[in-house]
Design a protein around this ligand. Structure first.
Ligand SMILES: *[C@@H]1O[C@H](CO)[C@@H](O)[C@H](O)[C@H]1NC(C)=O
Ligand SMILES: *[C@@H]1O[C@H](CO)[C@@H](O)[C@H](O)[C@H]1NC(C)=O
Ligand SMILES: *[C@@H]1O[C@H](CO)[C@@H](O)[C@H](O)[C@H]1NC(C)=O
Ligand SMILES: *[C@@H]1O[C@H](CO)[C@@H](O)[C@H](O)[C@H]1NC(C)=O
Ligand SMILES: *[C@@H]1O[C@H](CO)[C@@H](O)[C@H](O)[C@H]1NC(C)=O
Ligand SMILES: *[C@@H]1O[C@H](CO)[C@@H](O)[C@H](O)[C@H]1NC(C)=O
Ligand SMILES: *[C@@H]1O[C@H](CO)[C@@H](O)[C@H](O)[C@H]1NC(C)=O
Ligand SMILES: *[C@@H]1O[C@H](CO)[C@@H](O)[C@H](O)[C@H]1NC(C)=O
Length: 375
């Protein structure tokens, strides 16, 4: 069983690396869940023990974007090769509707489906911006929500969270939140270029502000991390550089069909916490948010009352992107080294400084995932 392979990995198997690597800034509570040779910016799991990864290709490699982890850490394209076969040179508009063009995140939803957010490539492929759900029993597409008419050519979808029949997505190039009715497929962009959705400073990691390798400009990543409180009442969100905000979900939901409310939304935004440059977040059943600190190789927790506490600091936790809490109360941390990837300018004109292999770690939290988020 894959479940027993992944979840029952004896520690002894990894004794070689942990012995070799232990230094004063390594925390013995970290366990290795997956080892791979391509950076990953997010893991998600099912209660039965299946695990999925988003491969970020920050190392300049090409290939599958969404994979399932099989025995011995072999990675299988999910759901198949076809979805993972995008080629911008040869593929058509029609292909862009049925392939991952630029998948940015994935997660198993509260409905047990696998959801993939595809930022697409909107200048050339109008319908490539989409949210896709897969039935994990049949491994077939359940539904595709095309959002190109909402993001327009300037917007890029980042990630998604669920709240009953609503989904909320962050959009990081304009800076906005997208509210989507999962039943009807109707969506709306809100809080466009509001101070809560726009980055004040560029991303920062290992003590440096990041510059985009293609343009040489600082990398401002607007609305990025997001979570919904377990009672469904609050939506938390922030730009990549941090400063977390929240808004009552009743206002977001009302704004979907009410222009007056959409205009009034800024009045309902509240500051929540002074978070740092963040790779990713997760939320537990108590409503505590876990966030990774891109500069300090830390994971901290943020309680619903806004107080923060250190969970773990370890030099191996280098740019932990989207996190995940599984049914065994473990926090999954993909140490993606994103800041060392091809997307950013590296020291001495190197194209990338990622050190392989790449590790996905877990740590016990003593807390269950939020049932509103996933099983
Ligand atoms: C995993 O690797 C071991 C050692 O190479 C091998 O004996 C075993 O058959 C492999 N298992 C799977 C599921 O591929
Ligand atoms: C896309 O197709 C072109 C033409 O066949 C090929 O040269 C190129 O290598 C392909 N790119 C990828 C990423 O597969
Ligand atoms: C996008 O999808 C819509 C609805 O399926 C369709 O009407 C439209 O022609 C598509 N646009 C492009 C550019 O493919
Ligand atoms: C997935 O497909 C199976 C087989 O058709 C079906 O029984 C099940 O309800 C589907 N699951 C979801 C979450 O839609
Ligand atoms: C956007 O297009 C989709 C179909 O591609 C449609 O279902 C949806 O209603 C449209 N949204 C708006 C706000 O027009
Ligand atoms: C739309 O929202 C405004 C502001 O909250 C409210 O006064 C108005 O009654 C709402 N309109 C409808 C049709 O519910
Ligand atoms: C905030 O919540 C944390 C975690 O539950 C608790 O330890 C702390 O005492 C609370 N602080 C205040 C000021 O209520
Ligand atoms: C990096 O490249 C630029 C432009 O080619 C060059 O001017 C500069 O000297 C290079 N720096 C190093 C450290 O190699």
């Amino acid at each position: 069983m894959l479940g027993s392979l992944l979840f029952g990995l004896p520690l002894a198997l990894f004794a070689t690396f942990s012995q070799a690597d232990i230094t004063k800034d390594h925390d013995g509570r970290l366990q290795t869940a997956v080892i791979l040779d391509t950076p990953t910016t997010g893991a998600s799991t099912t209660p039965e023990g299946r695990a999925f990864l988003k491969l970020a290709r920050l190392d300049g490699t090409t290939g599958s974007q969404i994979v399932e982890v099989k025995g011995n850490f072999s990675l299988a394209p999910y759901p198949d090769e076809a979805w993972n076969s995008w080629n911008a040179t040869t593929d058509s508009l029609a292909d862009s509707e049925i392939k991952y063009v630029s998948a940015n995140s994935q997660r198993v939803g509260p409905d047990g489906r696998l959801w993939v957010v595809d930022s697409g490539s909107l200048e050339k492929f109008a319908n490539s911006s989409k949210l896709i759900s897969f039935n994990l029993t049949t491994n077939e597409v359940d539904r595709v929500y095309y959002l190109g008419n909402i993001t327009t050519t300037d917007g890029s979808l980042n990630d998604v969270r669920f709240n009953g029949k609503y989904a909320y997505l962050t959009e990081y190039t304009i800076g906005s939140i997208i509210v989507l009715d999962l039943e009807t497929g109707y969506a709306r962009m809100v809080l466009r270029e509001h101070k809560s959705t726009v980055a004040l400073l560029p991303l920062s990691a290992e003590g440096h502000l990041l510059r985009d390798a293609a343009t040489g400009e600082y990398d401002y990543t607007n609305a990025d991390q997001l979570e919904v409180s377990p009672d469904g009442k609050y939506f938390y969100y922030q730009p990549g550089i941090g400063y977390m905000w929240r808004i009552g979900t009743k206002y977001l939901n009302e704004a979907l069909h009410n222009d007056t409310m959409a205009d009034l939304l800024p009045n309902y935004v509240e500051p929540f916490a002074l978070t740092p440059s963040t790779g990713g977040t997760a939320i537990d059943a108590e409503g505590t948010i876990y966030y990774s600190d891109g500069d300090r190789q830390e994971i901290r927790t943020l309680a619903p009352n806004g107080t923060t506490t250190l969970l773990v600091r370890d030099s191996r936790l280098l740019w932990v992107d989207a996190m995940w809490i599984d049914t065994q109360q473990r926090l999954w941390m993909c140490a993606s080294q994103l800041n060392r990837g091809t997307r950013f300018i590296q020291p001495d004109n190197q194209t990338m400084t990622i050190e392989k292999p790449i590790y996905v770690y877990t740590i016990e939290t003593g807390h269950n995932p939020s049932p509103l988020d996933h099983a």
